[in-house]
Design a protein around this ligand. Structure first.
Ligand code: 0WD
Ligand code: CA
Length: 378
């Protein structure tokens, strides 16, 4: 009858073709009410210095120092200093979750949420969650996430796809300069002290990072994640992180309603997802002219971004993003059943298809370092 499979000549027990588990990503499947998302709270922070060394403090945090709001239009030359004052991070170094794990190792004894909270949590970078949120709308770039379970906790660490690696190695010079320009904008907008002035004469070193460590929960999934924060606003109404944090972005100046529409549909989705997750309340955007000078600034409150796209037919919907992310976390939690730091379930996704899973042991996919595994298992 239907579904019954003959085992042929092997003589073993009858086998049933079990479809490999997969998760669909079509936006239409994830409409519905916005799921529960706990207001993110900051558990701590750490800094990475100009040599990419870890420090368990906020030394790399910078202070929002925009030009006077009612002065003349800004005129920041984002290409100034390129390439002679640029020290880009070595992108061949695969850090995985290492910095976050170091923070966790030093603070796991003091975590709130009671005993066992961490055992039920998902630990990852904010940027990985951003990619999950935007998946139902992403048409171009796939992703791979490696997952391992250790003492209950599910760890998720991104793996660079072969396509992403090929693109990075063949990155055109103009794109390299564009990346520099994003960091240069931060230098024009941030000071090293509260109330200080920006100093654009120094070098742009992308090894330096200030990372906030946050706790939240999506549906039934407790989350512990870390994200890089551009600056804090000493004049913010709430001085309590993450409410005082500001995300800085640059984008091309827009001239037509069609250009704005495309910006709302594509870029604003990524900006929203990235800042909504850690509870960063606003994104300050600098719009650059074709010569690479910032000609205007505009603040986008994170909670108002969806309003800008709501009226368009082919927009994005925050509920879809969050429901898909919750579905992925459930899928990952039920797929990774063995507690083994050397076992990796690799979740892979390419636009147009479902999320699929493959299983790997040890190198090159295992990502939980022995210093971490040994310390938490004693
Ligand atoms: O090794 C890797 N492939 C990755 C490393 C992938 C993703 C992140 N990271 C590192 C970052 O360097 C950062 O220190 O993890 C830390 C936290 O990342 P996140 O906040 O989770 O990442 P995301 O939200 O994607 O990016 C936040 C900022 C970016 O700002 P913009 O405005 O461009 O979104 O982190 C920076 C960047 O300024 N950033 C990076 N800096 C250097 N190298 C990188 C990178 N590969 N990725 C993001
Ligand atoms: Ca930024």
């Amino acid at each position: 009858g239907a579904g019954e499979m003959k085992d042929g000549a092997t003589g073993g027990p009858p086998k049933r073709a079990r479809p490999a588990p997969s998760l669909p990503t079509d936006a239409s499947l994830y409409a519905g009410p916005f799921p529960f998302y706990r207001r993110p709270s900051e558990l701590g922070c750490f800094s990475l210095d100009s040599e990419r060394r870890y420090h368990g403090d906020s030394r790399a945090l910078r202070y929002f120092a925009p030009p006077p709001a009612h002065g003349s239009a800004p005129d920041f030359d984002l290409r100034e200093g390129y390439p002679e004052r640029y020290r880009p991070r070595d992108e061949e170094t695969r850090e995985g979750l290492d910095h976050l794990l170091r923070w966790l190792l030093e603070h796991r004894g003091q975590l709130e949420g009671g005993p066992g909270w961490l055992a039920g949590a998902v630990v990852t970078w904010r940027g990985h969650l951003t990619k999950l949120l935007t998946t139902p709308y992403e048409l171009r770039e796939g992703w791979q996430l490696a997952a391992s379970r250790l003492q209950g906790t599910l760890y998720l660490s991104e793996v660079e796809t072969p396509a992403a690696r090929a693109q990075r190695l063949a990155r055109p010079p103009l794109l390299r300069e564009l990346m520099y320009m994003g960091y240069k904008f931060e230098q024009y907008m941030c000071a090293d002290t509260p109330g200080g002035s920006p100093d654009p004469s120094g070098e742009v070193n992308t090894n330096v990072a200030f990372c906030s460590v946050l706790r939240s929960r999506l549906g039934t999934h407790p989350l512990l994640f870390s994200g890089e924060v551009d600056c804090t606003d000493p004049k913010a109404p709430s001085t309590q992180p993450p409410a005082c944090y500001v995300e800085l972005k640059t984008s091309k100046e827009m001239h037509s309603p069609g250009q704005w529409r495309s910006f709302y549909r594509h870029k604003l989705l990524k900006w929203w997802a990235q800042s909504f997750l850690p509870g960063v309340p606003r994104v300050v955007a600098g719009f650059r002219d074709p010569e690479g000078s910032i000609r205007s600034l505009r603040t986008f409150p994170t909670m108002e971004m969806f309003e800008l796209i709501r009226s368009y037919r082919e927009g994005w919907n925050p509920s879809v993003c969050m429901n898909f992310c919750a579905a992925f976390l459930s899928f990952a939690q039920s797929t990774v059943t063995q507690d083994d730091p050397r076992l990796v379930h690799l979740f892979s996704w390419e636009p147009g298809g479902p999320v699929t899973v493959s299983i790997h042991h040890d190198a090159p996919y295992a990502f939980l370092p022995t210093w971490y595994v040994d310390a938490v298992t004693q």
